[in-house]
Design a protein around this ligand. Structure first.
Ligand code: ADP
Ligand code: MG
Length: 323
């Protein structure tokens, strides 16, 4: 199979009938570049993420999971900005052409693309060590993007879903144990919170998606907003598969484990009752975990009131590299 056959295979599998009234590219795959038209009154939200074998996923990860996840992580960024998915670009670096592998990869990606209505509008295909880059484009009404920078003193901090499950699954895999199915699902098939993100316009004062661990990601919000926070660790939502863990291990996974792809957002305290409405509309659990203050510090309390010392603050690339 040639590079061009491969592109055709991807194009064929990752295509679907657009929903009535949905946007589609003016020129998609097949020319030197795509042509996209923005509806009036909308701004374009653009995000890109790379997954590298051995860094972001273990060698021999199932191709269907990889196809899903490499699109899901970019969709999660669109969700955190409150954007509606529109188009994506796929840059694939493959060690060789294996049509069974690319078929399964494309199937995993196609399912999520169709479910979220995002169109594959182009990409690039090269040979080299396995790596996948997805650039996703979404739309928001002009001026309505949710940002990291708007948290205000007295706002409450909310997270969606549960925390730590993906990191727990990864830890089990590293120990050559079999992870619980629900936690493995969080790791391999994260569910980008698009419906929630689009529901937060006019409510959330700031928003971020959790990819590097709660404390690391919340720190970005605090820094961008020029604020501090108190977190009540006993409130952190656990997945079923972690309820029997000892507290220290559970809290470490929940505060510092990556790959959650949940949303963490702030809202004014007096609007807390609206969370129950959004929970019932979206079917996504929402949990208040703390409060924004003016201290510029991020302090964590356990039920006993002591400050918890998280031993690591999430995954930072190059943090341990020489120099
Ligand atoms: P060029 O050499 O002009 O950069 P390419 O041969 O790389 O063109 O790409 C030809 C067309 O195929 C372009 O429209 C490009 O966007 C698309 N394409 C290439 N690789 C991929 C891919 N992995 N996924 C989707 N579209 C792709
Ligand atoms: Mg090219």
């Amino acid at each position: 199979m040639s590079e061009f056959d491969l592109i055709r295979q991807l194009q064929k599998i990752i295509s679907f009938e657009p929903r009535p009234g949905a946007l589609s590219s003016v020129v998609g795959i097949g020319d030197d570049a795509a042509v996209l038209e923005l509806p009036p009154g909308r701004q374009l939200i653009v995000t890109t993420d790379t997954l590298v074998e051995g860094v972001h996923f273990p060698p021999h990860t199932a191709p269907g999971d990889l196809g899903h996840k490499s699109l899901a992580v970019s969709l999660s960024d669109l969700a955190s900005m409150g954007a509606e998915p529109a188009w994506f670009f796929l840059a694939l670096t493959l060690p060789g052409i294996d049509s069974a592998w690319t078929d399964a990869f494309a199937q995993g990606m196609a399912e999520l693309a169709e479910n979220t209505g995002i169109e594959l509008a182009g990409g690039d295909t090269t040979s080299g060590p396995l790596s996948i880059t997805v650039t996703a484009l979404g739309l928001v009404e002009t001026g309505q993007a949710l940002k990291r920078s708007g948290a205000r003193e007295g706002d409450i901090i909310v997270v969606s879903g549960s925390l730590g499950g993906a990191a727990f699954a990864l830890k089990k895999i590293a120990a050559r144990e079999v992870p619980d199915a629900a936690c493995a699902e969080k790791l391999y098939r994260p569910d980008p919170r698009l419906g929630l993100g689009s529901r937060l316009h006019g409510l959330a004062t700031s928003c971020i998606d959790l990819s590097d661990g709660l404390l690391a990601d919340l720190s970005h919000v605090l820094h961008a907003s020029g604020k501090g926070a108190e977190i009540h660790l006993e409130c952190l939502p656990s997945p079923e598969c972690m309820v029997n863990l000892n507290e220290k291990e559970r809290l470490e996974l929940q505060t510092s484990g990556g790959d959650d792809y949940e949303l963490c957002f702030t809202i004014p305290r007096h609007r807390e009752p609206e969370l129950a409405v959004i929970e019932s509309e979206t079917g996504i659990r929402l949990t208040v975990i703390g409060e924004i203050n003016a201290t510029l510090k991020l302090r964590c309390f356990t039920g006993g009131g002591e400050v918890f010392d998280a031993s690591s603050k999430g995954y930072e690339h190059f943090s341990g590299a020489g120099r």
